[in-house]
Ligand binder design. Structure first.
Ligand SMILES: NC(=O)c1ccc[n+]([C@@H]2O[C@H](COP(=O)([O-])OP(=O)(O)OC[C@H]3O[C@@H](n4cnc5c(N)ncnc54)[C@H](O)[C@@H]3O)[C@@H](O)[C@H]2O)c1
Ligand SMILES: [Zn+2]
Length: 356
């Protein structure tokens, strides 16, 4: 048994462990313990399955393992792909006690989780995230879903997993840009909740870029702890969970205006966090520290050039709702975020105008 750490997402009877360690795939952690029935369906994609499906099989020992590899890419995060998975579940005749196992990044996790939420009104679900973003963010918290032609993540359900299994060794095959995109969400967790973690990130960002296993394990563990705590307090995002969207209003706008895929989500969030810190009206020291950390992580510190009108439309402030006050996540200080509709409108206008 290899060394691993466990964090619990405390949600009453829906509580579940996040298990983090090196070399957990290959039989070093019995996922089968979390598989109630005899069968499971592993959902992966054409990139990740050849790398890790065989490694996952020993973790499922005596179970009957079915698998499906979906096409790689955010463009396939659609209802049509969910249908493919449901067809496979039905075709194979899998019963109510089946477990769906997501093996891949956030796209696979979101789609497989939604299919699990839908099949027979909800079957068990396990996340085996293989990107840094999925390990520190998307695999924890129970949000599942797919995109609609008119917007990202418009169709979905809350469906908590039974287990999140994070083998940090899977990051060794991840490309550098994807690693960086995950780091943006790690930095976000420090910025919104934990000044000491933010300090630690400033000291250790190079080790993270070098994929130092101990540094990665610490960053993943602390991120999961923060996300688990916020989710436990506000599972359905009635309030506090919204702070996890720090940098995301601007980030989503960047993704939308650039066409999805041009900028990775984490890259857009990186630049978006700096804009949100500026909107917070924090002393320049906090903004500088955030900017320096984002730059040290080799992430963009400036948004791309976007016309003011496009910004306004993309953040949901088009002409029809001109006077509408948006809700932003702002920093009270580095390490403490809050949500508000009471932001400085002149500052917002300057932020988006100066980039036209
Ligand atoms: N549910 C949530 O709470 C939540 C939160 C944040 C993001 N998301 C969603 O997550 C998605 C983004 O996830 P992502 O950044 O992981 O992207 P992704 O799933 O597209 O993965 C990025 C790329 O890396 C590949 N890959 C995955 N693991 C690999 C590995 N170990 N080695 C080599 N290649 C690997 C994938 O095949 C893909 O090509 C978005 O759809 C976003 O909406 C969901
Ligand atoms: Zn995000």
């Amino acid at each position: 048994m290899s060394a691993h750490e466990t964090i619990t997402v405390e949600l009453g009877e829906r509580s579940y462990p996040i298990v983090i360690g090196r070399g957990l795939l290959g039989g070093n952690f019995a996922v089968s313990h979390y598989v109630r029935g005899t069968d499971c369906l592993v959902v992966s994609n054409e990139t990740v399955a050849p790398l890790y499906l065989d490694k996952l099989l020993p973790n499922l020992d005596s179970r009957t393992v079915h698998s499906i590899a979906i096409t790689d890419g955010e463009a396939f995060k659609t209802l049509a792909t969910v249908q493919e998975i449901l067809d496979e579940l039905v075709r194979t005749g899998l019963a109510r006690d089946t477990t769906v196992i997501a093996l891949g990044g956030g796209v696979v996790g979101d789609i497989a989780g939604f299919a699990a939420a839908c099949y027979m009104r909800g079957v068990a679900f396990v996340q085996v995230p293989t990107t840094l973003l999925a390990q520190v963010d998307s695999s924890v918290g129970g949000k599942t879903g797919v995109n609609h032609a008119h917007g990202k993540n418009l169709i979905g359900a809350f469906h908590q997993p039974q287990l999140v299994l994070i083998d940090t060794d899977t990051l060794n095959t991840l490309d550098e840009r994807e690693l960086g995109a995950g780091l943006a969400e790690v930095i976000k967790h420090g910025a919104i909740c934990d000044p000491a973690f933010f300090d630690w990130l400033e000291q250790n960002v190079q080790a993270l870029l070098d994929r130092d296993p101990d540094a990665l394990a610490h960053a993943i563990r602390r991120s999961c702890e923060i996300k688990a705590e916020v989710v436990a307090e506000d599972e359905r995002e009635a309030g506090r969970r919204a702070i996890l969207n720090f940098g995301h209003t601007f980030g989503h706008a960047i993704e939308r205006c650039q066409g999805y895929g041009e900028w990775l989500h984490g890259e857009a969030v990186a630049a978006g966090m700096i804009m949100a810190a500026e909107l917070s009206g924090r002393g320049s020291n906090d903004v500088c520290r955030l900017r320096d950390l984002v730059a040290a992580a080799r992430l963009p510190v400036e948004p791309p050039s976007i016309e003011r009108e496009d910004w306004l439309a993309a953040i949901g402030m088009d002409k029809k709702v001109q006077r509408k006050k948006l809700r932003f996540v702002l920093l009270e200080r580095l390490g403490k975020a809050f949500t508000t509709t009471d932001y400085d409108d002149a500052r917002l206008q300057r932020l988006i105008g100066s980039n036209a």
